[in-house]
Design a protein around this ligand. Structure first.
Ligand SMILES: [Zn+2]
Length: 337
């Protein structure tokens, strides 16, 4: 049956294309009382162990529909290219491409940031910020009726959060490296690529890798407008799932390099203040030509990132360069003044 949620209906349509080698896995089955909503992941490329993985995620926050749509636009392009592009098929023989377009379908159907229980999935991880946060924005346990609700203390992870964690942990076990891009919207006027942590201003051990990625993007995607920087430069929060997964991967000597793409939605509001009349307008472009532009503009970034994960040995700092690159990255992001 076709989903009433247009993003899920689009995913169903793409899966009906029946492209060889495309595998679907339902990670969780959710319900809002009247309709069932699957949390589906799509797997492409190699399923061998020991190949790198690229994971593309959208729809963590139900009001940020444009994130899901960016993910679906890329999946649409990739699937259609697989029909005729034999070289693309060869590249995918050496990388696992996993796409999770709508993590929070019930929130999206209800036009809520949180899930059916009012929990903000990006505040739900059992981890507190190491430095002080801005309340309630950085996560609160007071009430589900305010945004940024973390869920009750000691409660298990929400089903959607658990589904994402199980998937990422499985991919980390299978792969020498997992790069992830999680697409959001709603912050500032510029598109930003954030790397961990969200819970502390201290630099992470992988800043040399992120610095190498910044250089790669600068040269391979000339004139791009993404600001690649630590999330903690802007705000700190409790319970960030990527912090949680990143720390877990580090403790197991696995390599997980997550990135959050924050599409600068205030730019759309500036161009069309009428957007503010709708709550969704804070996070999503309303005019059709602007939606199309956002979907078009981000395709190449995703292409570069998954190709970079497939070819990590060509650009990640070698052991002999790591210390020097770490110092350069520290100076670049953390010692500006
Ligand atoms: Zn978000």
């Amino acid at each position: 049956m076709q989903s009433t949620l247009s993003e899920l209906a689009e995913l169903q349509r793409l899966l009906r294309l029946d492209i060889p080698g495309v595998r679907r896995e339902t990670l969780a089955q959710l319900s809002d009382g009247s309709e069932q909503y699957p949390v589906d992941a799509v797997f492409l490329g190699s399923d061998r162990p020991n190949v790198p993985t690229f994971l593309l995620v959208g729809g963590v926050h139900g009001v940020e529909r444009i994130g899901s749509q960016v993910v679906l636009a890329y999946l649409n392009s990739l699937l259609h290219r697989l029909i005729w592009d034999q070289q693309l098929q060869m590249v995918l023989d050496n990388v696992r491409f996993v796409c999770l377009p709508v993590l929070n379908p019930v929130g999206m159907a209800r036009q809520h940031r949180g899930n059916v229980n009012g929990v903000d999935l990006m505040r739900n991880a059992p981890i507190d910020a190491f430095d002080s946060i801005t309340w309630p924005f950085g996560g609160q346990r007071l009430t589900r009726h305010l945004p940024w609700f973390r869920g009750g203390l000691g409660k298990p992870l929400e089903m959607e959060a658990q589904a994402l964690c199980d998937l990422v942990e499985r991919l980390c076990e299978q792969s020498p490296i997992v790069m992830a891009l999680d697409v959001h919207s709603g912050f500032g006027t510029q598109d930003r690529l954030w790397f961990p942590m969200a819970g502390t201003r201290q630099p992470v051990p992988h800043i040399a890798d992120y610095y190498a990625l910044k250089k790669l993007l600068k040269h391979s995607h000339p004139n791009h407008r993404y600001l690649l920087e630590p999330q903690s430069h802007h705000y700190l929060c409790h319970g960030d799932l990527w912090d949680y997964l990143y720390l877990k991967a580090n403790s197991r000597q696995q390599t997980l390099l997550p990135l959050t793409l924050e599409l600068g939605s205030w730019r759309w509001v500036k161009k069309n203040p009428l957007q503010l009349r709708s709550f969704l307008g804070m996070f999503h472009p309303i005019k059709p030509h602007r939606v199309k532009r956002v979907l078009r503009e981000n395709l190449y970034l995703i292409e570069i990132l998954w190709r970079a994960s497939a070819n990590r040995e060509q650009w990640l700092p070698k052991e002999s360069q790591r210390q020097r690159m770490h110092k350069v990255a520290l100076k670049h992001w953390y010692q500006n003044d």
